[in-house]
Structures are given as C-alpha cells and as structure tokens.
Design a protein around this ligand. Structure first.
Ligand code: COA
Length: 447
C-alpha cells in the first residue's frame, strides 16, 4: 500500500524529533494550569499533541497546518463536483501531503473492497428496540465489529510495538470503509423498510452514503455529503469524541473500542448532538411565527427572551473559537448557492446578522460567533433528511476520519497510557496555602 509506505517515512521523522526533544528538554515546563482552568474541564490548557488538525481561536480549523478553505480547494475532486474525495482527505490527514488523484483513489478503492457489513451486525441493528437513538445504534454497530480487529489479534500474538501503527492503519481503513454503510443501515432500519443495498463502485465514499439511503438520484445531496463529511473530520484532539478515542486507545484498546467510545461522547448535547438541538430550535422559531420568517426586530426579541429564560442560543459560541467557524462559512456558501430561497436558510442568515451582537451585549459567552452546528442541520433538512435525531450520526461518519488518523499516529509515536493524576479538594486547598494564596479562602469555611 503506497499510503503506508509514505506514512512510514513521515513517522520515522516525527518520532526521531520527539525522542530528541524529550532527551534534551524532557524536564522543561511547557504548559501550566490555573485553578480556574482546573475546575473548568482544563479549558485552554495545552495538554495533548496532534498534527492532524488544530483549531486557531481567531482563524478556525486547520487540517495539517493548512486553513480549511485551502484544504477544500486543493484536494482532488470527482469529475463535475466542487467538493473533494474523502479518501484524499484521509490520506492528507495521515501524511500531511496533498495527495494526487491516484493517491486519493488508492484509499477510495480500498474502502470499496472493505465496505460490506457482516450480516450479524445488521441483525443486531434490526433487533434493537425501535426507539433506540441512532447514536446508540451507531456506537453499538461499531463495537459489534470489534471481533474483526487485526490489532487485537496480532497484539495477542506478540506484535512488536514498532509495528502497532501498521495494524492500526489496517483496522482504521476497515472501519472507515464501513462507516457510511453502517450509518445508512441505521437510517434504513430506523426510518425505512430496513432493506440494504450494495455500494455503487462508481461512486466515491461520501456519495455512496447518498446511494445507500436511496438518494442516488440527488447529485446535490452527494455534494453535500462530500462537503459535510470533510468539514466534520477533525477539530483538534481536545474535543470530547477525539479525546475519548485517544484515551481509550492509549490502553491499547483497538480502533473499534476507541471509536465506539468516541461516538458515545459525540452523542452528548454539548458536543455532536448540538446540531439536532439547533435545527429543533430553528423549527420552533418558524412554528412560533406561524410558518413565516420573522422580521429582524421580532427575532431580536425572541433571542433575548431565550437568553432571559437562562437558555443558550444553539449553534453559537465555542470552547475555543473566537471567530465565525470556517465550517459554518463553507456551509453558508453552499446554502447561498443551492437554497437561497429556503426559509430555514434565510432564518439562519438572519440569526447570523443579529445573534453575535446580542451575545456581545449580554457579555457572558466568550465566543459569540456561529459554529458548525448553526447551519449543518438546515442543509440536511433542505435536502430531505428530516429525521433530526440522525444528524449526529452524520457528524460521526465524518469525524471517524480524523479520529482514526489520530489513533494511527498515537500508535506510531508509541504514546503511552494516558493517566493524569487526580488530587483531593484538600490537596487543592493545601497547594493554595503552600503558595501563600489565601485570597480564595472563604473565611466562613473552616480550613
Ligand atoms: C459550545 C459551548 C458549549 C462552549 O461552552 P463554554 O466553553 O463553556 O463557553 P463560554 O466559556 O463562552 O461560556 C461562558 C458563559 O456563556 C454562556 N454561553 C456560551 N455560549 C452561549 C450561547 N450560545 N448562548 C447563551 N449563552 C452562552 C455559557 O453558558 C456560560 O454561562 P455560565 O457562566 O452561566 O455557565 C457553548 O458556547 C454553548 O453551549 N453553545 C450552544 C450550544 C452549541 O452550539 N454547541 C455546539 C458546539 S460546536
């Protein structure tokens, strides 16, 4: 496999660099944590390393050091489409080199060979209660594939550490190959008649999702899939899903265990489920205004009312970003081109004009700009995917690309078991005391 050969050279280089830095500067303090950060989910503390992607607070998502919009421009694309092959993005996330068309097709072709889902996994999905959340089904289906892990088998047979990444790569290709089909199976079982068709070998990975949910005729939706999956691939490794996967994987649990854990994190309302909350909120606004687009003044009042009830404005704010999310911009451009007259899209546009100003005025949220979720559901809804609880699965399909790329690198660098130390409240207090910092000590409490 050319991809593995290329990766081997890159890995050697980065590994040598890491070993050298550790040998020379191993004891140098490179990150610190304040008491505030300590009790705020380590927000903003530099604790993890990954070259796969980085989120700049003021410039947004970078894949492999390149701003998102440039990545989208430079990756190879199927004929007639303005949006890239996911196979090319996967190769780029792994190696950091923009792939040629042939290199992108190597991944796409490998995926086609491995796309079939075993019948037992489909049967598990079919026998789950009909009210199971699609994310539960997704996580369950990934876990059910675990028996296929080459890593788990070869590890038990004494695979040497230096070769862990090779089998992680094989497992990652195997799982990512199946991901659109797993999502489509869940979609067809939960909302359709449960039938499952084979992938179309003439279509790429992203467009095959459209084909598998019987929307093969919808070229616009194929493009939306290409855009959506590429935009959702990674967002640094500090986010809950990627971090969960890396944490689980650091115990040498294989790709299936790690990605199932990632999807459980993605299912949370403060993470991937936010796209569902956001579209529900948008639909509620239209319902409140009897199906018409509210005026700017009416909408401003509605947003203030929402805030005054102590609720958040879905799709706005971010743990890291302090600018409009480039993933929002990319989808906004798509909406402007393909659905400018769609009322939901017009509502998104109107909110974009007023919400940042209102959040600034309110003065609570550190990030006031729209994130990826402020619009992603609107585009899906326009294209006919109206099952709102499915949107997080779509997020998960894309996210699997970045997560698995990170897992391969973690094994390549032989990163050890993650094991931060936890301390007691008493110890926190004693540390403040030792540093002569008594300002945080409440005189009403007995220390
Ligand atoms: C994304 C999010 C969870 C980030 O959380 P965070 O890092 O804690 O954000 P901040 O540090 O800016 O939060 C500071 C305060 O502003 C509030 N805030 C943040 N975003 C807000 C929003 N969109 N609307 C109203 N208030 C908001 C927070 O609730 C917090 O209030 P508190 O001090 O009373 O708890 C948060 O912005 C949010 O809930 N947004 C809406 C949901 C969403 O879009 N999620 C998808 C993220 S990709």
């Amino acid at each position: 496999m050319e991809l593995a050969k290329k990766l081997e050279g890159k890995i050697r280089e980065v590994y040598e660099q890491m070993r050298y830095m550790l040998a020379v500067s191993g004891e140098t303090i490179i990150s610190q944590v304040s008491l505030q950060q300590f009790f705020s989910g380590n927000r903003g503390v530099d604790l993890l390393v990954s070259d796969v992607s980085y989120v700049d607070p003021f410039d947004g998502l970078h894949y492999r050091g390149v701003p998102l919009d440039q990545v989208m421009q430079k990756l190879p694309k199927p004929q007639g489409s303005a949006f890239p092959y996911a196979g090319g993005l996967f190769a780029f996330l792994l190696t950091g080199d923009f792939p040629t068309l042939e290199e992108a097709m190597e991944v796409e072709d490998l995926w086609k060979e491995k796309a079939d889902i075993p019948d037992y996994v489909l049967n598990i999905l079919r026998t789950m209660p009909s009210d199971s959340h699609p994310m539960t089904m997704f996580s369950q289906a990934i876990l059910a594939l675990q028996g296929q892990s080459k890593f788990a088998k070869t590890y038990s047979n004494g695979l040497c550490r230096e070769d862990h990444w090779r089998v992680m790569l094989e497992d990652s290709l195997e799982l990512t190959a199946k991901t659109p089909a797993l999502a489509a199976a869940i979609y067809n079982i939960k909302y359709g008649n449960g039938s499952m068709r084979k992938i179309d070998k003439d279509l790429d990975w992203s467009a095959n999702f459209a084909h598998l949910i019987y929307k093969e005729w919808d070229v616009q939706y194929q493009d939306l899939c290409r855009l959506f999956f590429c935009l959702h691939a990674d967002q640094g490794v500090g986010n809950v899903s990627a971090h969960a996967a890396c944490l689980v994987n650091s115990a040498l649990s294989d790709v299936y265990y790690s990605c199932s854990a990632a999807m459980n994190g993605l299912a949370g309302p403060l993470h991937g489920r936010a796209n569902q909350d956001c579209i529900e909120w948008l639909l509620k606004i239209l319902e409140q205004f009897n199906g018409r687009l509210p005026s700017k003044v009416e909408l401003e009042k509605f947003v203030w009312d929402t805030l005054e009830k102590g609720k958040v404005i879905p799709g706005y704010g971010h743990a890291v970003l302090r600018c409009t999310d480039p993933r929002f911009i990319a989808q906004y451009e798509f909406g402007k081109q393909y659905m400018p007259d769609d009322m939901l899209f017009q509502l998104v546009d109107l909110l974009y004009q007023i919400v940042p100003g209102i959040l600034k005025k309110q003065g609570k949220a550190k990030g006031v700009w729209p994130n990826v979720d402020a619009i992603s559901g609107t585009l899906q809804y326009h294209c006919g995917l109206k099952q709102l609880d499915f949107y997080t699965v779509l997020f998960g399909v894309g996210r699997m690309l970045g997560i698995t790329a990170n897992l391969v690198w973690n094994r390549a660098l032989m990163l050890p078991l993650e094991r931060p130390q936890s301390i007691t409240f008493e110890m926190v207090k004693n540390r403040l005391h030792d540093m002569n910092d008594y300002s945080g000590m409440n005189p009403d409490f007995h220390y």
